[in-house]
Structure formats: structure tokens, C-alpha cells
Write a protein that binds this ligand. Structure first.
Ligand code: ATP
Ligand code: MG
Length: 456
């Protein structure tokens, strides 16, 4: 918790650098999406789809903007296999605090309708359902009274919007229902100007989140949250410096920004580890504390040690041998991509690189297997960005891991690979630590490929 003292605010380091939760203190405005999001949030009736790869900052952006612009919001998180009815019920449940305490205020607001009474009625219907099912597996059904319109009224009267997180996880068959619900919300915005659904999905296009009719297009705002650029990542560090009264050495700052290549969580993680290795647990009183390259090395080492299990698990998923494969496709792709620069590469570039090694390799094959490496079940170590057409490692640490492995075990791709590698300071440090880790704690087999699946 932050504590006010003598006009200044003291923060815990974990609320400033937040690798695993939305940033508040070190929140950086996203200039490229800000205006569109604010305009969509403040336009009555406009529904919103926020999309972009995992870790780009969708939730953080929204949490901060809603905090600035909305009185209330409720959030429903989707899980695989969830039905649309369950989402409606979840939203209904979350409205309870509004209707148990504020019935009289609500009744006045809603032109002739006693919403408090209608909330209680639906709740009673659900309770009857539950008590008759005691002892059996409980599946709640939507009572006929909990229609799209009823939910819209209950939300709208509270001037609240409804955020649906991870909507891409819902089965395709259920998505039509969200489009219909959005339609109802649009139509009722005349009465309730703040009424809105914001669907978020960690995917590459808005249509993968919600599939709606073309005529709804103008009334739905599709907002892509892209990679954070270098300047934005620098600002995270600067905000952290100001909040904690610390200073990161210039060269270290540049290395953190560079290494966190697009992913703000990596930036937060490294800064947090550095503060912790320097004994900074909250805002420092007195002189500003300097954070140096020695802290950076320790921070990086801890970061890798913490991440190493998940890195290995992701790689073993990606490299799991597939039936009837003529080539070790995943291995060839990972090796080629790791040699092609940190911003990623187009499919054709990857293809050319693979051809250097396997002269008979076909582009048709790459076309088939490359998109599979993006999938979570295959480790999701690679992501595809449709706006640039580039494939890249989904986390910079995956690239470093790939480089470390190939440097150590393969014959390599010759000079381009070697020189790109040596020029990269952060990767050099990473590799040293990886080798240390692999030497002491883990056994990396002589080949990446099927053998790596055994790495523990
Ligand atoms: N604008 C920002 N300023 C500062 N830090 C940010 C910003 N956006 C995101 N972050 C940090 O980046 C990390 C990932 O952000 P967030 O969880 O919002 O991403 P996401 O796109 O919602 O990911 P997912 O799809 O996996 O839910 C968090 O550590 C968060 O603190
Ligand atoms: Mg999120």
C-alpha cells in the first residue's frame, strides 16, 4: 500500500514494478491507441474490441483508462469451455453489491422500472434452481427473466460497463451470442449512455475475438494494442525512478529497454529484480540510490533462473517430434529465426535461411508448420504480427535461449549468425548464465530437437 508522508507518496517496489499485474504507478500512456480508446469509451453506444498479443498491455491500458473515465465497471474472465450463459450469470452475480445496498437510488433512475425488485426476482429464481440441485453437479441455467435487455438495464442504470477478458478462449459457436448482445447494448444506449461491452482477446485480429455482422461495423471500435516501443519502455523505468527515488545507470537503462524488446513485463521484471538486489524495497528517503551494471547482472541471472523452467517447457512443447515429419521443422525454424535479428522476420526470410541448411526444403511445408508454432499447445514461443507480417520470438528470452543453444551445440549458420550474436551485449550475458545454468542444473542434450524434450 502507498503511504502519504509530508506531501510525498511512498510506494512499495512491488507496486511500482509490476511484471505480473497491471501497472498503475509506472503506467505509461500509449499515445498510438490512447485517443481511439478514449473516443470509443466516451461515445454512447460504441462497443469495443481490444486485441493484440499476450503481454502487450491490453488489460493495463483498459484498467487505467476505465479508472479515469468510468464510474463503475465489472470484469468477467473467460476460460476454455465456458458457455455464453455463464458469462451472463457471472455479470449478474457481480452486480449484487449495486442492488443490495442501493435499491432506492436505482429505482429512481430507471423510468418506471423497479430494477432492485427485478434483480431480486432473478436472484430468487437462481436460488431455487440451486437448492433443487443440491448433491448433483451444479450447472446454472439462465432464468428466462435474465434476458440481454434485463442485464443491459441492470448495468446501464449503474452507469457501468462490462469488460470481458480473454474472449478468444470461448468456443467459436458461442461468439455469435456476444455479437447479438452487443447489438442489444447498442440499441439501449439511448436510454443508458454509458452502457458498453469491452471484449478483450489475446489474438492477432479483432474478428478472432468477436464475429459480428457487417452492418454493426461502424458501431464497434476495434482497437489493436501493439508492442510497446523503446520510448514507452524507457518511460516505465523513468516513472519507477521517480516513484522510488532511485537512478538506473544510463547504459543499464538502455540494455533493459533493448532486452525487453516490445514486452513491458520483461522491463518491469528486470527493474524489480535490480531494485531487490540493491535492497530497495520501497521509496528511498534521502539520497537517490544508484543502480549499476553489477545489479543488472544479478537481476538478469535471477530472471533467467526464475524463467528457466517455463522456457524449457515451452521449447519442449515446440520441439516435440511430430508424426511423419521429413524434417525437424520446429528446430529448423527456431534456429533460422534466432539468427535473423530481434525484430523478427517474414516467412520468406525464414525460408531462405532454412534453405541455406536444407537445400530441398519446401516453402509449402514452412507455410503449413510455421503457424502451428504460434499456438499455445505448441509452446507459443513464436508470435505472428499481421500488421508487419513478421514472425518473432514471443519473448526475448526465448530468442536468447535459442541463440545460447545453437551457439553451444550446432555448427551454426556461419558469420552472420556469429557476428549478430557477438554484437549483442545482453545476449552475451544471457548466454553465459544459460551455460552456467545448463552446466550446473540442467542437462541439455547434444541436439535441439526430439532430444530437448527430455531436458529437465
Ligand atoms: N502502459 C503500460 N505502462 C507500464 N507498464 C505496462 C503498460 N502496459 C502493460 N504494462 C505491463 O506489462 C505487463 C503485461 O501487461 P498486461 O497484463 O496489461 O498485458 P495483456 O495484453 O493484458 O496480456 P494478456 O493478453 O496476457 O492478458 C504487466 O506487467 C504490466 O504491468
Ligand atoms: Mg490481459
Amino acid at each position: 500500500m502507498s503511504v502519504e508522508f509530508a506531501g510525498e507518496t511512498e510506494f512499495e517496489v512491488t507496486e511500482v514494478f509490476t511484471p505480473t499485474k497491471p501497472a498503475r504507478v509506472a503506467f505509461v500512456e500509449r499515445e498510438d491507441v490512447n485517443d481511439r480508446l478514449v473516443s470509443a469509451l466516451t461515445t454512447p453506444g460504441k462497443q469495443i474490441v481490444v486485441y493484440g498479443h499476450s503481454g502487450m498491455g491490453k488489460t493495463t491500458l483498459l484498467v487505467n483508462k476505465l479508472h479515469q473515465l468510468y464510474e463503475h465497471h465489472i470484469t468477467t474472465r473467460c476460460m476454455k469451455g465456458m458457455k455464453f450463459e455463464q458469462l451472463m450469470l457471472d455479470a449478474f452475480d457481480q452486480l449484487e453489491p449495486f442492488y443490495s445496498a442501493e435499491t432506492s437510488r436505482v429505482a429512481k433512475q430507471s423510468a418506471g422500472l423497479d430494477l432492485g425488485a427485478s434483480y431480486k426476482l432473478i436472484k430468487a429464481k437462481l436460488a431455487v434452481q440451486q437448492s433443487s440441485e443440491i448433491g448433483e453437479k451444479q450447472v446454472r441455467f439462465l432464468p428466462p427473466q435474465l434476458t440481454a435487455q434485463a442485464l443491459a438495464r441492470l448495468l446501464g442504470a449503474q452507469r457501468a460497463c462490462w469488460v470481458i477478458e480473454d474472449f478468444h478462449k470461448i468456443d467459436a459457436g458461442e461468439k455469435e451470442s456476444l455479437a447479438q448482445l452487443m447489438k442489444v447494448f447498442m440499441d439501449m444506449s439511448d436510454e443508458y449512455s454509458k452502457l458498453k461491452i469491452i471484449a478483450i482477446g489475446a489474438v492477432d485480429t479483432a474478428r478472432q475475438v468477436v464475429d459480428y455482422d457487417p452492418e454493426m461495423r461502424n458501431r464497434i471500435s476495434e482497437i489493436n494494442v501493439p508492442l510497446m516501443d523503446e520510448q514507452e519502455r524507457s518511460k516505465i523505468i523513468e516513472k519507477g525512478e521517480a516513484a522510488l527515488n532511485v537512478r538506473f545507470e544510463g547504459s543499464v537503462k538502455r540494455q533493459i529497454v533493448r532486452h525487453s524488446n516490445g514486452l513491458p513485463s520483461v522491463c518491469h521484471h528486470l527493474c524489480l529484480n535490480m531494485c531487490q538486489s540493491a535492497g530497495v524495497t520501497s521509496t528511498m528517503s534521502g539520497e537517490t540510490v544508484m543502480l549499476t551494471s553489477a545489479h543488472f547482472e544479478r537481476a538478469l541471472k535471477n530472471y533467467i533462473a526464475e524463467a528457466s523452467d517455463s522456457i524449457k517447457s515451452a521449447f519442449s512443447k515446440a520441439l516435440k517430434p511430430k508424426r511423419n515429419e521429413k524434417y525437424k521443422n520446429a528446430e529448423l525454424i527456431i534456429e533460422a529465426l534466432s539468427s535473423l535479428g530481434e525484430n523478427g522476420a517474414a516467412r520468406l526470410e525464414i525460408f531462405r535461411k532454412i534453405r541455406d541448411k536444407e537445400a530441398g526444403y519446401q516453402d509449402a511445408n514452412l507455410k503449413k508448420v510455421l503457424p502451428k508454432l504460434v499456438l499455445i499447445e505448441n509452446g507459443a514461443i513464436i508470435r505472428f504480427d499481421s500488421s508487419t507480417g513478421l514472425y518473432s520470438f514471443s519473448d526475448p528470452i526465448y530468442r536468447a535461449y535459442a541463440l545460447a543453444n545453437y551457439k553451444k551445440h550446432s555448427s551454426g549458420y556461419g558469420s552472420a549468425f556469429e557476428s549478430g550474436f557477438d554484437a549483442d551485449d545482453v545476449n552475451k550475458i544471457l548466454i553465459r548464465f544459460f551455460n552456467e545454468l545448463t552446466g550446473k542444473k540442467v542437462v541439455v542434450k547434444a541436439q535441439v530437437g526430439p532430444a530437448t524434450a527430455e531436458v529437465r
